[in-house]
Design a protein around this ligand. Structure first.
Ligand code: 5GP
Ligand code: ZN
Length: 111
């Protein structure tokens, strides 16, 4: 997707503070962090959001979920972390390339 901000980060066309990448995902720090640690986990492929996934994405989704506790541990989030996936305009999604927010570093308030 040529006009997608996160595709441009995947392609290296826009700089980002990347903390992890592999054949399926790129993980970088949110430019406007909502907690001491605020990472975004995104797939390399363009998927608009949870509404855009199907059974072809099962392995990718499992990979993204399994990566979260590993990333949290690497960031020193021993006491826990929060994950958020905003879906669609009504869900507060602003960038329409699937991403999981990983937040922590403070004791986050109840949701
Ligand atoms: P959403 O509201 O779509 O769930 O979250 C989009 C997130 O992307 C926001 O937390 C926002 O701060 C972050 N973001 C937007 N533009 C950029 C950017 O250019 N670089 C980085 N690293 N994060 C961005
Ligand atoms: Zn994209």
């Amino acid at each position: 997707m040529s006009d997608c901000l996160f595709c441009k980060i995947v392609a290296g066309e826009i700089p980002a503070d990347i903390v992890h990448q592999d054949d399926q995902v790129v993980v970088f720090r949110d430019i406007n962090p909502k907690a001491k640690v605020h990472l975004l986990v995104i797939p390399r492929i363009h998927v608009t959001g949870l509404n855009g996934i199907n059974s072809e994405h099962d392995a990718l989704m499992a990979h993204m979920l399994r990566l979260l506790p590993e990333l949290a541990a690497r960031e020193g989030l021993e006491t826990g972390f929060r994950t958020i996936i905003n879906t669609g305009k009504g869900g507060g999604q602003e960038v329409f390339h699937l991403h999981i927010h990983l937040l922590g570093g403070d004791d986050l308030p109840g949701f």
